[in-house]
Ligand binder design. Sequence first.
Ligand code: G6P
Length: 614
Amino acid sequence: MCGIVGYIGNKEAYPILIKGLQRMEYRGYDSAGVALLQSKEIKVFKCSGKVADLEAHCQGKDISGKSGIAHTRWATHGEPTDVNAHPHFSSDRKIALIHNGIIENHIALRQALIKEGYMFESETDTEVLIHLIEDIHKKENIDLVESVRLALTQVVGTYGIIVLSVDDPNTLIVARKGSPVIIGFGKDEYYVASDASALVEYTKKVVYLNDEEIAVLSKGNDLVVKNIHNETVPHSIQKLQMTLSQIEKGGYEHFMLKEIYEQPTSIAESMRGRLNLKKEIVALGGITEYEDKLLSARRFIIVACGTSYHAGLVAEHLFEDLVRIPVEVEYASEFRYRNPIIYEDDVVIAISQSGETADTLAAVELAKKKGALVLGICNVVGSSIARATHAGSYTHAGFEIGVASTKAFTSQVTVLTLMALSLAMRKEKIQRKQYTQMIAALEDLPNKVKYVLDSVNATVQEVAIYMKDFSNVLYLGRNYNYPVALEGALKLKEISYIHAEGYPAAEMKHGPIALIDENMPVVVIATKKGTYKKIVSNIEEVKARKGKIISIVTEGDVDVKNLSDFVIEIPETEEMLVPIIASIPLQLLAYYVAVMCGKNVDKPRNLAKSVTVE
Ligand code: G6P
């Protein structure tokens, strides 16, 4: 949420900053701005809209400068206007600041600063921070780094900030709490950003800043990192695990489509080294050390948000079916404020693609405080949740840029399936035969996913042509396919803005059935096995009320096919793996509807990929 990027060195800063913003635009795209240090002044260019609007705004202007900072915003405080765009200035325009996060006590601080005579240009919480720094700097006559530190001690909330000053042209000051900050090292130069995608082109040597740390990036000097208590802290340089090709479109029209089509590979990557058909072994290296604790757990509590929460709902079925350990799945945002009962022998599993979601991170901290073992299932290596948890497994799906999550979801479910299988075997809750069948089915999963991608495209596009003109769509599923219905509906509403609801099919008669008429398309995931017969009855109920049925069925199906207006067939697999296969056509359906409706698929309005505010 909000992307920040900074550069200090011997190159022209502007192209580096703009490229960085473009790479991070999925974090927010309400407004963008850049500040460049030019001899004795800081030049700021900013405007509402996307990074492309900022570039247009800068056309023909003097954009020189060897150091600078830039920001792409997801508005929290104040509308996405030109004035509310970052960077924000001190009153004398000698210091500029960009910020990702929320200053929660901004009202009290603002009032105190107004009493001191400060004038505010914007409605943002960020402008409060720059004036607070300025106030301390002037009044106490102390250096800027120390002023930043003292200001941050007064702040309640989260921040990833970069500060640029005319008086110290060779230095950028960077700090973080709750919002990610990564520092990249070049030759006599530093790069800094809220995520690695903005740095990968220039360097692989990085330092991840920890919470309440302040770093001083001085051209030609070693990095200095202090904590909020003014103690120097050690930092370790790490190698970035990312390549440029992973974050480019590779010939696809949209990142989302590329990521949908990457799923045979991303799923295979999630299983690489963890699954061995010949030896019939499933093992997740990251959690082996904790396996005994997992096996004796009283309960698993899964915390997550958005699509990751839906992966958690699939995992609830997997763990309960296979491992026979009770599972609760919670929205992290509810869990953290609910004073939940967490026992020391509970295991909390946080699922997060970005590893940065503020609510999930807070849920992790809460569970740790209560003494539970906390595991992370994250995609982004080195992310805050990955580092805050006791152990975990990366999904290795590769970088996901489209705001609507696709390959991250199927990889999360894959990794959770591996985890459930490995625990089930150790706990002797699964028969050897079923275990072997599951391993074989998992081995074959990337092929099946590829087959779906190759075979459903034309039908899905036909359905999209039909669906694009409706205002509401209902998605129904049962058992393992209920989370698939939720995820399918979420995909559609996220990117096409068509209202969609996912519902457990049998619950439909307790409310949503009242909505059904010939203007309500109903997508039903009705694959063979499990509750197939039951869902056929639910489809009959929809048909009887003239609802239009779009069904996802197992190849060769007859009963549901006969009741459907459109049919999308997927190959047969183990019931536990159906959520992965069945979600593929639903991702494509949402994609094509959104494209046909002319929507910005990769950057849907009001959404951001990484939600680092609560
Ligand atoms: C945002 C994204 C969703 C994502 C959710 C949780 O809302 O737009 O795609 O599912 O955050 O993110 P996480 O990174 O924790 O999985």
